[in-house]
Write a protein that binds this ligand. Structure first.
Ligand code: DC
Length: 221
C-alpha cells in the first residue's frame, strides 16, 4: 500500500503519518528530512541558502541514506546520523530554499521511490501525490490555517527550549508557504485526485480518525 500525504509546513503531517503507520503497520517516510539534510550540509559549508550556483556542484559530495531503527526513520548524511540536528527553524528555511532547486529534487527522487518500492509506506512531503508517487493508492492533502500551524509549531519549539516568538514562527511559516507553493518545480500543490483534510480545529486523534476513514473509503482497510 502506498499513501501520499502532502500539505503545507506545520499542518501536522508527521504526527498523522506516524499514527497511521502504527495503526496500519506500514513504514512512515518523512521526505522533508532529506531536504533538511541537504540544507544542513549547505549551512555547514557556509554557503548562502539561495546560492544555487554554488549548491548544485556540492551535491556530488553528498551521500544521503535513510534507515529505520526500531521503526523510526534515521537520516544518514555522509556517514553521520543527522536526524536530530535537522529539526531547527533555521534548517527549515535552508530546506525550503534548497528544495526549489531542480537538481536537488532530481538528486532525491530515486531515494524516495526506492523506499516506496520496497515497503508499504505512508510518505509525507509536498510533491508525493504529484511527482514521487503519482500512482499512490490514497492521496491526502492535509491543511490547517497558518495561525493554527504557527501556534502548534511555536509550542513545539518552546518545549524544545528554542528561543522564538509566535510572530516570528508565523512569519517563517507564511514565507515557507509562499516559497514552497510558488516555486517553478514540484510546487506544494494538491494532486487532482487528492482528498483534502482540514484539521485546524482538530486534535490529533480526530485527524487520525478522519484520515483512516479516507483510507478505508479508498482501499477498504
Ligand atoms: O516537511 P518539512 O518541514 O520537514 O520540509 C522542509 C522543507 O522541505 C519544506 O519547506 C519544503 C521542502 N520539501 C519539499 O519541497 N518536498 C518534500 N517532499 C518535502 C519537503
Amino acid at each position: 500500500m502506498k499513501i501520499a500525504l502532502d500539505g503545507p509546513s506545520g499542518a501536522g503531517k508527521s504526527t498523522l503519518a506516524k499514527n497511521i503507520a502504527k495503526r496500519l503497520s506500514i513504514v512512515y517516510v518523512d521526505t522533508g528530512a532529506l531536504y533538511r539534510s541537504i540544507g544542513l550540509y549547505v549551512m555547514r559549508h557556509g554557503v548562502d541558502k539561495d546560492d544555487t550556483k554554488k549548491i548544485i556542484p556540492m551535491l556530488k559530495n553528498v551521500n544521503l541514506t535513510i534507515t529505520f531503527i526500531d521503526g523510526e526513520q534515521r537520516v544518514i548524511l555522509n556517514g553521520e546520523d543527522v536526524s536530530s540536528l535537522i529539526r531547527t527553524g533555521e534548517i527549515a528555511m535552508y530546506a525550503s530554499a534548497v528544495s526549489a532547486i531542480p537538481e536537488v529534487r532530481a538528486f532525491l527522487l530515486e531515494t524516495q521511490r526506492k523506499i516506496a518500492r520496497e515497503n508499504d509506506v505512508i510518505m509525507d512531503g509536498r510533491d508525493i501525490g504529484t511527482v514521487i508517487l503519482p500512482d499512490a493508492d490514497v492521496k491526502i492533502f492535509l491543511l490547517a490555517s497558518a495561525e493554527a500551524r504557527a501556534k502548534r509549531r511555536y509550542e513545539e519549539l518552546k518545549e524544545k527550549g528554542e528561543e522564538c516568538t509566535y510572530e516570528q514562527v508565523l512569519s517563517d511559516i507564511t514565507k515557507r508557504d509562499t516559497n514552497d507553493s510558488t516555486r517553478k518545480i514540484a510546487p506544494a500543490i494538491p494532486a487532482p485526485d487528492a482528498i483534502f483534510l482540514d484539521n485546524s480545529d482538530f486534535e490529533p486523534e480526530d485527524t487520525l480518525e478522519a484520515a483512516l476513514n479516507i483510507i478505508k473509503s479508498k482501499v477498504g482497510k
